[in-house]
Ligand binder design. Structure first.
Ligand code: AMP
Length: 432
């Protein structure tokens, strides 16, 4: 079976790595891929994955490529092409594609849609309101004492959420997004949520339009620096499973969220075939959804793929075919930890083109996989080419062992200005 994977980050490297292990796969392209993806070999043929120089958002060229090569399945990694309707377009051309269609992708591409859907269907979430007019937004923020999250409706490269702790900050955030349009058209409408306190976890559920199959728990570390300090990033590290929810509690939370979500989708004619990733705050009054994403998390995927024992291609196939109820999802009992190594200055401005050394040595360590994100090949060397550069991932019988192994691999890798958090999963370790 021939596959096309779309995207270039650590998430896509993890998906490609797992898909390459499937004996069903005979050929794989990745557009545009990265230097690590280009080194992956298919288990069945021992041939490498071919990276194709087409950007993940260049939907017309992706379509032309797929029409020429005729992959049996295209797997879409990132949110932007989903929001652009790549799935609908491929389907219209008779191409099989994995990911939610444009309507279903709205759970991520419109925070107003997601918030109002949750309210319509009794899905536990923060107290919230949606606004396109500044005075009513200010009034609502004032009613929360200014303690709120102000969110641009549309996709804003993960930066469209401003956390406010007093009325002055809230008014400033409303002004920034709604009036000054600092996120452009994405901020024509906003959602204001009460500020929730608790432990934040990531849930992932693979869906096929009528069934949603929950993954084990994972936790991301969004802030740039140790101790959850510094600016928000795309994610500086993850681990799975978390000690904050046991399996019974996870199943309960899943029921509480996915039950009404599936019913709501059915009632509104939304056919969600893809990955639903709710960001959840475990509060004193129960779990509450902060947001929905409509794709695999990055770097959650890196830890999930190192724990998944089922053939990923068979799962994605079942997700497209509406056959997930018949699938068994098997997970290793091991703990997995991913430490992101980023360019100096990330999430602000950073330089590219720094040579990375130690990759081979680190990659030879047992139970370790170095997933590439922002990397490229230049004159036979691997160099940095993005903010998040690598997802150094290791697994072991317990969390302590996985943390130790991941940081042992990190210690072998060097590039100018490399920054990473030294406390990935440390808080969890104190709880186990
Ligand atoms: P989002 O993209 O909506 O998940 O927001 C990004 C980050 O902002 C989340 O991962 C949380 O850490 C934080 N956040 C978002 N909404 C809230 C909220 N209502 N209360 C507290 N923190 C929030």
């Amino acid at each position: 079976m021939k596959l096309l994977v779309i995207g270039s980050g650590g998430r896509e490297h993890a998906l490609v790595w797992k898909l390459a292990q499937s004996l069903h796969v005979t050929q794989m392209w990745c557009a545009p891929g990265n230097a690590g993806i280009a080194q992956e070999r298919l288990a069945r043929t021992q041939t490498t994955v071919e990276c194709v120089k087409i950007g993940a958002e260049d939907v017309p060229r992706l379509l032309a490529f797929a029409e020429e090569k005729k992959p049996a399945l295209t797997v879409v990694g990132p949110d932007n092409p989903l929001a652009l309707g790549i799935v609908d377009l491929f389907q219209k051309s008779g191409l099989r594609v994995w990911g939610p269609n444009r309507q279903a992708a709205q759970f991520e591409s419109s925070k107003v849609f997601a918030q109002e859907f949750m309210e319509r269907h009794g899905i536990p979430t923060a107290r919230a309101g949606s606004f396109s007019e500044e005075n009513s937004a200010r009034k609502f923020a004032a009613s929360l004492g200014g303690r709120c999250a102000v969110k641009a409706d549309g996709l804003a490269l993960g930066k469209g959420v401003l956390i406010c702790r007093n009325p002055a900050e809230a008014n400033q955030a409303i002004d920034d997004i709604l009036v000054q349009k600092s996120f452009g058209g994405a901020g024509a409408r906003i959602v204001i949520q009460e500020l929730l306190e608790g432990t934040e976890i990531s849930l992932h559920a693979l869906c096929d339009g009528k069934t949603a199959r929950l993954f084990p728990t994972a936790q991301d570390h969004k802030r740039a620096q140790d101790g959850d300090q510094g600016p928000n990033t795309g994610g500086m590290g993850t681990y799975s499973p978390t000690p904050f929810l046991n399996e019974t509690q996870l199943a309960e939370v899943g029921k509480e969220i996915l039950g009404p979500w599936l019913k709501g989708c059915a009632a509104e004619g939304i056919d969600f075939r893809g990955l639903l990733y709710p960001g959840v705050m475990l509060t004193k009054t129960g779990p509450k959804i902060l947001e929905f994403n409509a794709r695999f998390g990055d770097p959650e995927t890196q830890v999930y793929m190192t724990r998944l024992e089922t053939d990923l291609l068979e799962l994605l196939d079942a997700s497209v075919n509406g056959a997930l109820d018949r699938m068994e999802l098997k997970w290793s009992t091991m703990a997995s930890v991913c430490v992101v190594m980023a360019s100096g200055g990330y999430p602000g401005t950073y330089e590219k083109g720094k040579e990375i050394s130690g990759l081979e040595e680190a990659g030879r360590l047992p139970r370790t996989k170095i997933f590439h994100a922002g990397t490229a090949e230049a004159a036979g060397k691997i160099v940095t080419s993005g903010g998040r550069v690598l997802g150094v991932t290791a697994w072991a019988d317990d969390l302590a062992g996985a943390i130790e192994a991941a940081y042992a691999a990190v210690a072998k890798i060097r590039f100018d200005g490399a920054q990473f958090r030294r406390d990935i999963a440390a808080q969890a370790l104190r709880c186990v």
